[in-house]
Each structure stands twice: as structure tokens, then as C-alpha cells.
Design a protein around this ligand. Structure first.
Ligand SMILES: [Zn+2]
Length: 401
């Protein structure tokens, strides 16, 4: 079996099955491509003769669309996978030290490695968080085939909020290769309300880590706890600059989260899920990162679904993963499936079409219906359930285009 990266000419893929999140299911399956377009997908009987187009057989495999990763930190791909951690404050300290020690060349190399691992994971688009200073990371994204949004990240509390707003303004409306820029106020415990409102007012998507930990909720509601200590003692923030609106992060910020991508949401209640649905926000869950920190997984999933919030999956950083050879939301979906939390087709939507819409990528690029495609993956098995039960890495049967 070989990968077909050809952008022109007809080609045919034959496998035991093909499946997407838009209702395509066939066993066995034929996918007919014309360059980077799908001409037809169906059973051999439905497709009929394909003339003299070259055929590649994927016996014992399932064909599926390329994947979307709605939340990544590709700049944290230079240090492999770290052992699981239950001390979030210590982990933040370790990340800060690592970032401070990196120079531009190391940042660019780390992002380039993250891009390569994403492609090895069958990924065609990312919602990548680009930390300051952004230029080296953006250089590594320019030449990649990845689509999606590069969310420029900023931290800003108290008097530092204006610096964060200026950082967003300097990048508004940029394109980086096939990606566009968006804005990521890092989290409610690291950005004041002015930063969130400025991000919401700019052209480009918004992404934030939201209601990730009980410590974040305690800080915002009462000004106490481990995050209050972290901000004052580890980071040197004056007490007067602590973000203490006296409300849960979602109650406090939902007015600035219209159509935003809200990551984690481990510590919400049903009314918060309803507020996010009203804001047309998309929830991005990162099941392996949740497990990495010893938290309940699948966490808020049922509550978000009940409220009608769109749900996408992301990987968070490679540091939290257990696959040093790839960064793939397929492995996130596998964890949800193993937890018996979601139907297989719903898992597939969370890592293809729903995730694509959340980062402004055309969802038709990640289905198997006739039209443009970002590529086709082949996974060992005879059904989507087999794919979700296995641990195999995706293989590009066609593309990435
Ligand atoms: Zn993250």
C-alpha cells in the first residue's frame, strides 16, 4: 500500500469499509478520487466500472476522512510526553521554565515537529495556540499543509491587560500559510475581562481555556486557594490585580464568548452549559489531558450534550499525551469510546466536521461525499468500532491535500 499524494488524475481506493460523520457507510467500499476531489464513494456494486484509473487496495482497512484537532499547543512538541501529573500549579511552573529557556530556533523546531506529528496522526487542520513570542512558531506553520486557526495567546491581568490587547491588535486579520489568526486570552485566571472583550471585538476566532480546575473557580469566586497563591508567589502579581469578580468563570465571561472555542470546561454546572449554548460557543474537550491530570473523564460531556452545545475534541499539548509518535484526535475519540460515553459516529463528528466548523475550516473537506477533500485515511479494521477499539496510527490513503 502506498500513499497517493498526486493532486491530478483519477485514482481508486478499495477497502473493507468507508465511513464519515455525514452518513456515508459502506461495506465493502470504493472511493474514486480525481486529484484532490472525491468523485464518488460507495459499494463496488454502486460505483461500477472505474475504467483504467489506478487502484490501491486497503484490504482489512476502513477508509475515513482526515482529522481535525481543535486544540493543540504545537510549540510544546519538543520535549516528548511527560509523566502524568496531579499538581497543576507545579506543572504550570515547569511549563513556564521550559518556555523561558527556549530560543526562537528551538521554538520553530518544536512547532515543526508538532506539525510532523500532527500529519502522522492524520490531521488536516488545527486550532493551534501560539504563545509569545509568536514569530518563530508562525514561521514553522507557514509552509505546512495544515489549515485552521493560529490563536495568538496572551496573558494579562491588572495593568498588563493593555499589553495583551495590543498583542492581539498587532496580529488581527493575518494569514499564516493556510491558517488564519485568532486570539486566545489564556484563561480566566490569567487574563482580565478587558482582554476577553477585546478578543471578542476583533476579526478572528477566539479560544480560551475555561473552567478547567476547581482552583480557577475558587480564585474567581472568592480570591482564595492555590491559584491565588500561584499568581502572587510564583508569578509576583500584586493582590490587587487578582481576577476576583465574585462569580464562576462562565457566569463572569459568557457575554464575551459568542461563537468562542471553550477548552476543558471540567468544572461547570448545567446552567453554565446552557449559557455556552446561548453564546453558540463550541466546547473543546481534551480527554487525554483530563486523564493526565487525574480528573474525571468524560467530565462535562453529558451536560454539554444535554444543553445542545457543539463538542469538538482536541489533544492539548504532546506533553499530556501517551503517543510520542503522533498527535491525533483519533486517540482522544478512542478514550471517549472506551469510556462508553459517545456513539461511534458522534465521536467521528467531534474529530472531523464539528471540529472543522469550530476552527473555520470547510467541513466538506473532512467527509467522504463527492467534492473537495483534504485527504483520506486508512485504519486497520472492518468497521468504525474496530478503528476506535484499536491503537493503530492512521495512514494517508490519499493526501494530505
Ligand atoms: Zn491547552
Amino acid at each position: 500500500m502506498t500513499s497517493d499524494r498526486c493532486r491530478t488524475g483519477r485514482s481508486v481506493l478499495i477497502a473493507d469499509a468507508a465511513v464519515d460523520a455525514m452518513g456515508t457507510t459502506c461495506q465493502p467500499a470504493v472511493v474514486v478520487l480525481d486529484g484532490d476531489r472525491i468523485e464518488a464513494t460507495g459499494t463496488p456494486q454502486a460505483i461500477g466500472s472505474t475504467g483504467d484509473a489506478p487502484v490501491t487496495r486497503f484490504d482489512g482497512h476502513v477508509l475515513m476522512p482526515a482529522l481535525v484537532n481543535a486544540h493543540a499547543h504545537l510549540d510544546l512538541s519538543g520535549d516528548g510526553c511527560w509523566a502524568p501529573c496531579s499538581d497543576f500549579r507545579a506543572w504550570v511552573g515547569r511549563i513556564r521554565a521550559m518556555r523561558a529557556a527556549m530560543d526562537d530556533a528551538q521554538r520553530q523546531t518544536a512547532v515543526a515537529h508538532g506539525v510532523a506529528l500532527s500529519l502522522a496522526g492524520g490531521t488536516m487542520a488545527v486550532g493551534d495556540i501560539v504563545a509569545h513570542p509568536a514569530d518563530a512558531a508562525l514561521r514553522a506553520l507557514v509552509d505546512s499543509t495544515l489549515r485552521g486557526i493560529a490563536f495568538i495567546e496572551a496573558f494579562g491581568l491588572g495593568a498588563m491587560q493593555q499589553d495583551a490587547v495590543d498583542r492581539f491588535a498587532s496580529r488581527a486579520g493575518h494569514r499564516i500559510g493556510r491558517l488564519q489568526t485568532g486570539f486566545s486570552p489564556h484563561a480566566p485566571y490569567s487574563c482580565g475581562e478587558d482582554v476577553f472583550s477585546a478578543a471578542a471585538a476583533m476579526a478572528g476566532g477566539v479560544c480560551t481555556h475555561l473552567a478547567e480546575t476547581p482552583e480557577e473557580v475558587e480564585l474567581l469566586t472568592s480570591g482564595t486557594g492555590a491559584f491565588a497563591d500561584m499568581l502572587q508567589h510564583d508569578i509576583g502579581l500584586p493582590e490587587a490585580a487578582l481576577p476576583v469578580p465574585g462569580a464562576h468563570p462562565v457566569d463572569h465571561l459568557h457575554v464575551h464568548l459568542h461563537r468562542a472555542l471553550c477548552v476543558h470546561l471540567n468544572c461547570i454546572e448545567p446552567r453554565h452549559a446552557r449559557l455556552l449554548a446561548q453564546a453558540q460557543a463550541t466546547a473543546c474537550l481534551c480527554p487525554r489531558a483530563t486523564r493526565y491530570f487525574g480528573r474525571d473523564m468524560p467530565g462535562p460531556l453529558a451536560m454539554l450534550r444535554e444543553a445542545g452545545v457543539d463538542i469538538a475534541l482536541g489533544t492539548d499539548s504532546l506533553l499530556c499525551l501517551d503517543t510520542p509518535d503522533r498527535i491525533s484526535t483519533l486517540d482522544e475519540g478512542r478514550l471517549l469510546f472506551a469510556a462508553d460515553a459517545v456513539d461511534p459516529i458522534d465521536v467521528l463528528a467531534m474529530i472531523t466536521t464539528t471540529a472543522a466548523r469550530a476552527i473555520d475550516v470547510e467541513p466538506e473537506l473532512v467527509d467522504l461525499r463527492p467534492g473537495p477533500t483534504a485527504g483520506v485515511l486508512a485504519l486497520p479494521g472492518a468497521s468504525l468500532e474496530d478503528v476506535l477499539r484499536s491503537t493503530a496510527a492512521p495512514m494517508w490513503a490519499a493526501g494530505p491535500f
